[in-house]
Design a protein around this ligand. Structure first.
Ligand code: BDR
Ligand code: CA
Length: 312
């Protein structure tokens, strides 16, 4: 039997690409998608996620709305990267039926963890608020969930964050929730900027999709994102943060991981959301997070493009 998966998103351009990649790979047995406030406010995340499912042709996959704000701090959104609607206005023409009245995301996570004990993986590509709320309500999910794969953080390259010099957006967007998750006993893998920034999809890659199902969406939705990268990193393309996180589930051999003790800063305004990895075991704490130390970027980006290309 294939491991069951919940994908938690804050759709978001690369979230949209991650949803498409996961579903079109046919290697992710999704029991549902949960949503969280992040790149854009929750109601927009819900809409974007449902539009993406419509584009794929999988409206049978249910969307479970989750937290509409971080645990403690005020929401901060990321319109600069994802555009005014969160997906570069690429699906303006998609008409949505009224949403079903699905249960609250943290409750869905608890329900599924209990149902598939030991056989459920949760992939989170936004702030981890839903998982933190679920852990607070039912701490036993830390034993029931097989593995948690999170896109977030920065561990080895000081100063190369994307929200603060040392902080990555998803962890910064709700560091208190990240702290709860890191200290929960869950088996956590952190797919951080250290590796995701190496998986860059440029215009040449996108052109390979010409004439196929997702060409228009990938080209149009990424325009703002590519413009932002051009300005900041002098590269016209998108880092495939969220797709790589799904990619690690599909084929763990894309990434080399090592386990260390990792904690998250929640106090300092200069370093809020920084993920600190104790490489030298100075704190003498038990390792709690698998961090990513290397990635086979080319093989992954090629597989990502090929998967989208063959989709009907
Ligand atoms: C992460 O932040 C979001 O803007 C992206 O969707 C991705 O999950 C990258 O730091
Ligand atoms: Ca995201």
């Amino acid at each position: 039997m294939m491991t069951k998966v919940i994908l938690d998103v804050d759709t978001g351009i690369d979230d949209a690409l991650a949803i498409i990649y996961g579903i079109e790979s046919k290697k992710v047995d999704l029991v549902g998608i949960t949503t969280v406030n992040g790149n854009v406010p929750l109601h927009m995340v819900n809409k974007n996620t449902r539009k993406v499912l419509q584009l794929i042709g999988r409206t049978d996959i249910q969307v479970y709305p989750g937290a509409d704000r971080p645990l403690l701090r005020e929401p901060e959104h990321e319109y600069r990267v994802h555009g005014t609607d969160g997906i570069g206005n690429a699906l303006d023409d998609v008409h949505l039926e009224e949403a079903e009245d699905n249960m609250f995301a943290p409750d869905f996570i608890i329900e599924q963890a209990k149902k598939y004990k030991g056989d459920l993986t949760v992939i989170l590509v936004g702030p981890v608020t839903n998982l933190a709320l679920a852990l607070r309500k039912e701490p036993k999910i830390a034993e029931w969930i097989k593995e948690v794969i999170i896109m977030g953080g920065l561990v080895s390259e000081a100063g190369k964050g994307n929200k603060l010099p040392n902080s990555e957006f998803n962890i910064f967007a709700d560091a208190e929730s990240a702290a709860i998750v890191f200290h929960s006993g869950l088996e956590v893998t952190l797919v951080s900027l250290d590796v995701t920034m190496k998986t860059f999809m440029n215009l040449e890659h996108i052109e390979k999709l010409k004439g196929t199902k997702y060409y228009d969406f990938v080209l149009n939705s990424t325009e703002v994102f590519r413009g932002f990268s051009q300005k900041r990193y002098k590269k016209n393309g998108c880092a495939l943060h969220d797709p790589l996180t799904v990619g690690y589930f599909i084929d763990p051999s894309y990434i080399k991981t090592e386990k260390y003790f990792v904690d998250v800063e929640t106090v300092s305004p200069l370093g809020y959301g920084q993920t600190i990895c104790d490489f030298r075991n100075i704190w003498e704490k038990e390792p709690n997070v698998n961090i990513c130390v290397d990635v086979d970027a080319e093989r992954f980006v090629n597989d990502f493009i090929e998967t989208l290309k063959q989709a009907k």
